[in-house]
Ligand binder design. Structure first.
Ligand SMILES: [Zn+2]
Length: 109
């Protein structure tokens, strides 16, 4: 926003320019997606029903790229059994579908 206003002021000025620039940038979805300073809203935590039996519900997630990880361990795939909270974790060089399938096949076997 500051940079845009500075660049505009080099060539143009009109009454209300700063406010119009701010409003235009605030309304721009592309700028919002790439704004590292934008406030992000964390979704509220809410409880989920506890499964009544094993294997009823699983949760899988991928933690992506791990900085300073050994080669071939850039991603961590996690699978958690919601019933027992038991975690299964595997490290992988990528998260292509074949890699995820291999991880799940290993766990399910
Ligand atoms: Zn924009």
């Amino acid at each position: 926003m500051v940079h845009t206003k500075q660049r505009l002021r080099d060539l143009y000025w009109w009454p209300g320019m700063d406010c119009q620039v701010e409003n235009a940038i605030k309304a721009c979805s592309t700028c919002l997606q790439h704004d590292k300073m934008a406030n992000t809203h964390v979704a509220p935590l809410c409880s989920v029903p506890t499964p009544t039996s094993a294997w009823e519900k699983l949760a899988i997630d991928v933690v992506r790229p791990l900085n300073n990880a050994p080669q071939g361990c850039c991603f961590a795939m996690t699978l958690i059994y919601s019933y027992s909270k038991w975690p299964e974790i595997a490290f992988a060089p990528d998260v292509h579908s074949a890699t995820v399938v291999k991880f799940l096949s290993t766990v399910f076997s």
